[in-house]
Write a protein that binds this ligand. Structure first.
Ligand code: NAG
Ligand code: NAG
Ligand code: NAG
Ligand code: NAG
Ligand code: NAG
Ligand code: NAG
Ligand code: NAG
Ligand code: NAG
Length: 519
């Protein structure tokens, strides 16, 4: 008697836990997908049905996984390597426009894809949650509205003030703009610069970037919404939850709205077996250690200007350490004997090898986190976007150094490499931060899954965490209406009092005059 009831309960609870999830990842950079596919894989492991819009095919088909493949993938040729290496993105404004422009063009490319267009036309689908990578494809926000499902976003590059603004939080004077390298202790001059860029960003984002995104949404969702596509700025305010690639061990203390969580390190997995030749090379470096050198997946070492390429080669020749270099060519003329090149390397497993003593990196967010996790001090050569900020934080934390790409030479590269390799302070500092980075109340993947499933379970009551500040105008937010009212009240009181006193004085004066006349 009891057993069937138990079975029914188990059956019901397992049914209740299976959701249909739409996973939108239009951005084509391999490093993003390499990170983001961990979420969809985990959802599948938990028995959910996942429909993913992405540029990458899953190696093996899965019965619960539906792919809408953007094909051919977006071609980054509008953003050539020469622009990166000429340090075109060394300024705040160029970095803002880089992310916006790459976002606008890759989003439009994805919209034009036949598979995506067919998917937008579908009317027979239903989802419990819509997940969107919150990089720079805001014109995809209406998918949540189309399927009338709660929306969760994943902010790949970490916390930023435009995320706060949409959540009804205008962060105060001690939070630097996300592409500036200031700390939270800013001088008067730095606060001026910070305020300037925050206002400029807010203005340009609304009237340039989001306006173009809205145009795009209006165009491609026109049929889906019978011509009246909702405002993406409004949908943005309705995002129910945000999963942010930041970690408290590496961020300033900053105010946070309730509907978000930090999950950095989510992608880091136990070590796997390395290719035999890479393993042998790393093992052979036990005496002096190995330097691992990579510019990541978007920038390629093979595109380096000749002069800088030679600077690297000649510096490595001077070292007693071995160097493992992610270099995208089979051969490199004049390669010193202590250097090993390979077109692609399993970075996480390489950094986990105990002989790796230093990571020479551009400062991409995923590599920086992997290096912290495996306690490998870093020498940064930042090139664009968040890399300057990531580098500065690690330098300030005492476990990294930085070289500007323009000034890079055999002399300063050699000097900084030796500085890090010869002193224990860098590895001591990173060991401490690494321990904090690994020490979480809940496993970050577990926590992300909790929030996705939470939204699916409560889909008819969202958004529950939306603060009232998303509804109020800016002058109310900053108390300016009350200040204005107080000033007016004071002014009126003052004016009335002055007028009254004047009248009394006048009447007193007239009385005196009359008296004088009659005397
Ligand atoms: C697909 O989803 C169903 C329902 O959750 C589950 O029972 C099944 O095991 C899943 N299949 C795979 C291969 O994970
Ligand atoms: C990208 O576009 C450029 C220039 O239009 C072309 O030369 C290149 O072959 C394209 N790359 C791919 C992978 O299609
Ligand atoms: C989507 O629907 C619209 C209007 O019905 C139609 O004009 C368009 O060709 C459809 N697109 C695709 C890819 O099916
Ligand atoms: C903030 O920076 C100033 C100037 O660099 C320094 O004097 C002060 O001690 C710093 N304050 C804190 C709390 O770190
Ligand atoms: C669009 O209009 C058609 C016919 O007027 C209607 O059947 C359909 O429900 C509408 N769709 C939406 C999303 O409002
Ligand atoms: C945002 O959510 C509110 C409910 O809080 C709803 O009334 C409104 O229509 C939503 N706006 C959009 C554009 O989805
Ligand atoms: C994340 O994805 C990478 C790449 O597929 C995979 O090797 C790794 O095991 C995943 N990490 C976790 C924690 O599942
Ligand atoms: C790449 O390899 C080719 C031969 O395979 C060689 O001619 C070329 O110089 C290499 N490029 C660089 C930048 O080393």
């Amino acid at each position: 008697m009891k057993l069937p009831i138990l079975l029914i309960i188990i059956h019901l609870s397992s049914l209740a836990c299976t959701f249909k999830i739409l996973y939108l990842v239009p951005f084509p950079a391999p490093s993003h997908w390499y990170w983001l596919k961990n979420f969809s894989e985990e959802l599948l492991k938990r028995g959910h049905y996942v429909t993913a819009v992405t540029s990458y095919r899953r190696p093996q088909p899965h019965p619960n996984y539906t792919e809408i493949i953007i094909h051919p993938p977006y071609n980054f040729s509008d953003f050539p390597a020469s622009d990166f290496f000429s340090m075109k993105f060394n300024t705040v404004v160029n970095n803002l426009f880089l992310t916006w422009d790459v976002g606008l063009s890759s989003t439009e490319h994805a919209f034009k894809d036949k598979n995506v267009a067919e998917f937008i036309n579908k009317t027979d689908l239903a989802f419990d949650v819509v997940i969107l990578e919150q990089f720079f494809h805001d014109s995809w926000l209406p998918f949540a509205k189309k399927f009338d499902a709660p929306l969760l976003t994943i902010a790949t590059l970490g916390h930023a003030d435009y995320l706060d603004n949409a959540m009804g939080l205008i962060t105060p004077s001690y939070v630097p703009h996300h592409v500036l390298t200031f700390t939270d202790n800013m001088s008067f001059y730095e606060r001026c610069i910070n305020l300037f860029w925050r206002l400029t960003d807010a203005f340009l984002r609304k009237y340039y970037y989001m306006a173009k995104m809205q145009e795009m949404a209006d165009k491609y969702f026109r049929n889906a919404f019978n011509g009246s596509v909702p405002s993406i700025l409004e949908i943005e305010k309705n995002i129910s939850f945000r999963i942010i690639n930041s970690h408290h061990s590496l961020s300033f203390a900053r105010p946070r709205m309730p509907a978000l969580t930090y999950i950095a390190g989510i992608h880091i997995k136990p070590v796997q077996v390395l290719p035999a030749d890479v393993q042998d090379f790393l093992d052979s470096g036990s005496e002096f250690g190995v330097i691992y050198f990579s510019f990541g997946s978007c920038i390629r070492s093979v595109d380096l200007p000749e002069e800088k390429l030679l600077a690297f080669i000649e510096t490595f020749r001077l070292l007693k350490q071995k160097v493992l270099w992610k270099f995208e060519n089979d051969t490199l003329p004049n390669l010193p004997p202590n250097v090993f090149i390979r077109k692609w390397l399993p970075q996480n497993d390489v950094l986990a090898h105990p002989n790796v003593k230093l990571f020479l990196t551009h400062g991409g967010i995923f590599g920086t986190q992997e290096s912290i996790y495996w306690s490998v001090p870093m020498l940064f050569i930042p090139i664009y976007s968040d890399q300057f900020r990531n580098a500065k934080r690690c330098v300030d934390a005492g476990f990294a150094e930085i070289i500007s790409f323009q000034e890079l030479s055999v002399q300063n590269l050699h000097e900084k490499l030796n500085m890090i390799l010869d002193q224990n302070s860098y590895s001591n500092r990173i060991n401490l931060v690494s321990q904090q980075f690994r020490d979480n109340l809940v496993d970050p993947m577990e926590e992300s899954m909790y929030w996705i499933e939470f939204l699916a379970r409560h889909k008819h009551h969202y958004p529950i965490f939306k603060p009232h500040s998303t509804h109020v105008p800016w002058y109310t937010y900053f108390y300016l209406d009350i200040i204005f009212f107080a000033i007016i009240t004071l002014y009126i009181t003052f004016a009335l009092t002055k007028y009254g006193l004047k009248k009394i004085w006048q009447s007193f004066d007239t009385e005196k005059n009359i008296k004088q006349k009659f005397n």
